[in-house]
Design a protein around this ligand. Structure first.
Ligand SMILES: Cc1ncc(COP(=O)(O)O)c(C=O)c1O
Length: 319
C-alpha cells in the first residue's frame, strides 16, 4: 500500500456558487492527498505497477518524463518506499539552474536522472529509456519499465478503483471532471463510471489523447470503446502542454480563493478551467451533481516560472 484509501470527497460550495452551480452540486475528490511523496494521481497507478515490478523480481524502476513530471517524482518516491532503485530518463541537459519543484524532490528521493539530450518527445525518450534498461541489465541490475505517465492497462486499474470510490462516496454523481494527460486516469474512470459521466480535459501531452484513453479503457473492460464515445474537451490546451493559459490561471485563482485548495498550471488548473467552460456552454448545469477530480501536481506550481511570475504580479499590485 502506497497510500491510505479512500481519499476524501470534500464539498465545494463556495467554488460551486462562484462558477454558476448550486452550492451543494460540487465536490472535490482529493486524490492530491494520496500520502506518498507529495501526493497525486500517479500513486494509484504505481500501486499496481510497483507490485508487478516486485513480483517480477525487479530491483530498479525506469521511467520517463520532463523535469517537472509528477509521474517521475512519484515513481522516485514509490521506489524509495519499496526499496527499489529509480532511474528517470528526462529531456534536456540538466545543466541549468537550481532544481525546483518536482525535480528537487526527485533528487531528494534519491533517483538517478539520465539526461537524454535527444528529447523532448515521448517516443524519443522511450527509446532512451530502453537503452538505459539495456545498460542496467549489462551492469547486473533487473530493470522494470514503468510506462510514460504510468499509463498502461495495469496502471489504469488504479483509476477504476478510484471511480468505484467516487461512486461509493457520491452515488448520484452525474459528472466527473479530470485532467487528461497520458490517458490512464480517464480510462480507469470510464471503466468504473461509463463514458457518459466522465469529462476529460486535455492538457496537450499527447497528439490524440481520446484515442489513447479509449484504447486503455477497452483493454481494461474487455469492451470496445471508441474515441468519439468519450467526452474530451480540447479547449484548455492553449499554446500547448505546460504553457500557462489565461483561463487556467483564472481557475487556479478562483479555486484557491473560494476553497483554500491549490491547483497547478499544467494539469489540475486545466481540469478546473474545463469545468468552468462546461458550465458556461451548458454541458454541466446547475442542479447536476459534479465531482472535480484533484489529481495533485502541487510541486509543479513551484517549478513553473511563468505561473510564479504572474501570481507574483498580483502580490505586487496590492496597495
Ligand atoms: C497532476 C496530474 N494530474 C493529471 C495527470 C493526467 O493523468 P493521466 O496521465 O493519467 O492522463 C497527470 C499526469 O501526469 C498529473 O501529473
Amino acid at each position: 500500500m502506497l497510500s491510505t484509501w479512500p481519499t476524501p470527497m470534500e464539498a465545494a460550495p463556495r467554488l460551486a456558487t462562484a462558477i454558476g452551480l448550486h452550492p451543494d452540486d460540487l465536490w472535490i475528490k482529493r486524490d492530491d492527498l494520496t500520502g506518498l511523496g507529495g501526493g497525486g494521481n500517479k500513486v494509484r497507478k504505481l500501486e499496481w505497477l510497483v507490485a508487478d515490478a516486485l513480483r517480477q523480481g525487479a530491483d530498479t524502476l525506469v521511467t520517463t518524463g520532463g523535469p517537472q513530471s509528477n509521474h517521475a517524482r512519484l515513481t522516485a518516491a514509490a521506489g524509495a518506499r519499496a526499496g527499489l532503485a529509480v532511474a528517470l530518463v528526462m529531456p534536456g541537459s540538466g545543466r541549468s539552474d537550481l532544481p525546483t519543484g518536482n525535480l528537487l524532490l526527485d533528487a531528494l528521493f534519491g533517483a538517478r536522472i539520465i539526461w537524454a539530450e535527444d528529447g523532448p518527445g515521448p517516443a524519443a525518450l522511450s527509446a532512451q529509456a530502453e537503452q538505459a534498461c539495456a545498460v542496467l541489465r549489462d551492469e547486473g541490475a533487473v530493470p522494470y519499465r514503468v510506462p510514460f505517465g504510468g499509463s498502461n492497462a495495469l496502471g489504469a486499474r488504479g483509476y477504476r478503483e478510484a471511480g468505484e470510490e467516487i461512486l461509493a462516496q457520491q452515488p448520484g454523481v452525474q459528472h466527473v471532471v479530470s485532467a487528461l494527460g497520458s490517458g490512464a486516469t480517464m480510462a480507469g474512470l470510464v471503466a468504473a463510471l461509463g463514458p457518459e459521466r466522465v469529462v476529460g480535459v486535455d492538457v496537450g501531452a499527447l497528439p490524440d489523447p481520446a484515442r489513447v484513453a479509449a484504447a486503455l479503457a477497452s483493454e481494461l473492460t474487455g469492451r470496445e470503446l471508441t474515441a468519439d464515445q468519450l467526452h474530451v474537451r480540447g479547449d484548455q490546451v492553449g499554446q500547448g502542454y505546460g504553457v500557462l493559459y489565461e483561463p487556467v490561471l483564472d481557475a487556479i485563482t478562483t479555486v484557491a480563493a473560494t476553497q483554500g485548495v491549490i491547483l497547478d498550471p499544467v494539469y489540475t488548473g486545466r481540469a478546473a478551467a474545463g469545468l468552468v467552460a462546461s458550465i458556461l456552454d451548458g454541458a454541466i448545469r446547475p442542479g447536476e451533481r459534479t465531482v472535480l477530480l484533484h489529481t495533485g501536481g502541487l510541486p509543479g506550481l513551484f517549478g513553473h516560472q511563468e505561473a510564479a511570475h504572474r501570481i507574483g504580479q498580483a502580490l505586487r499590485a496590492q496597495p
